[in-house]
Design a protein around this ligand. Structure first.
Ligand SMILES: C[S@@+](CC[C@H](N)C(=O)[O-])C[C@H]1O[C@@H](n2cnc3c(N)ncnc32)[C@H](O)[C@@H]1O
Ligand SMILES: Nc1nc2[nH]cc(C(=O)O)c2c(=O)[nH]1
Ligand code: SF4
Ligand SMILES: [Mg+2]
Length: 214
């Protein structure tokens, strides 16, 4: 059984695939935070911008098997004429608590490329086409390579230096969303500063928040 908070068609907003049309599948639940506000201050991950509790979101629900969920996600892809390869992003919550090889294969059979957004604490199943790892605080990484690392910046217990020699194709810093840009607490300027001082790292902006497309 797969538990899905919500599923929707949008553009990938972040990282090296930003701007690409994507079906998002947001799984319920995370191993680094319960998702309840009263637990946030003591969680392993404390800055989460996402509601991943329950199955009550847009196109959410409980799916008994991979084929059923794959069909549900495929129906959200608008371009049925095969001009481009369809793209699905599994996120959450922590998607690797639920995503398995059976579901990845089912999406491949539907013609999709499969991307994953993970906190890096769980070993991924085989077959992922684009793996994005976003380390959280002092949590121990089970994944030390992939297509991109997208580190939310700054994090006291997770300085970029700790990850600079890992095996990724792209290294991104994403400013921690602490509220509106330009308001006190915005981490934009220091993130830009770090990328300019350390050219290995590129800036990733949450373009869906800036442009308001989800
Ligand atoms: C909600 S998480 C779900 C996937 C997975 N649990 C993870 O943490 O990578 C999706 C992406 O949003 C990022 N993110 C979460 N809260 C954020 C915030 N307040 N500011 C910037 N990025 C944030 C995460 O680091 C991750 O790259
Ligand atoms: N448009 C859009 N792009 C995203 N990239 C990663 C997201 C996530 O929450 O995992 C996300 C999201 O929530 N929306
Ligand atoms: S690991 Fe990801 S889903 Fe879990 S609380 Fe942190 S940002 Fe949110
Ligand atoms: Mg998001």
């Amino acid at each position: 059984m797969y538990h899905v908070k919500e599923a929707f068609y949008t553009l990938q907003g972040e990282g090296g695939q930003a701007g690409r049309a994507s079906v998002f599948c947001r799984f319920t639940g995370c191993n680094l935070w319960s998702g309840r506000e009263r637990d946030r201050a003591t969680a392993a991950c404390r800055f989460c911008d996402t509601d991943f509790l329950g199955t009550d979101g847009q196109n959410g629900g409980r799916f008994t098997d991979a084929e059923t969920l794959a069909g549900h996600l495929t129906a959200l892809w608008p371009d049925q004429d095969g001009v481009v390869t369809p793209y699905v992003v599994f996120t959450g919550g922590e998607p690797l608590l639920q995503l398995d090889e059976t579901l990845i294969r089912a999406m491949h059979r539907q013609g999709f490329e499969v991307a994953v957004e993970t906190n890096g604490t769980i070993v991924p199943p085989a077959g992922i086409d684009w793996l994005c790892v976003s380390p959280k605080g002092a949590s121990v990484l089970a994944v030390t390579g992939g297509d991109e690392i997208k580190l939310v910046y700054p994090q006291r217990d997770a300085p970029p230096e700790r990850f600079a020699t890992l095996d990724f194709r792209y290294y991104f810093l994403q400013p921690m969303d602490t509220g509106p840009l330009g308001e006190p607490g915005s981490r934009m300027a220091e993130t830009v500063g770090y990328c300019m001082a350390h050219p290995q790292w590129r800036l990733s902006l949450q373009t869906h928040k800036i442009a308001g497309f989800d």
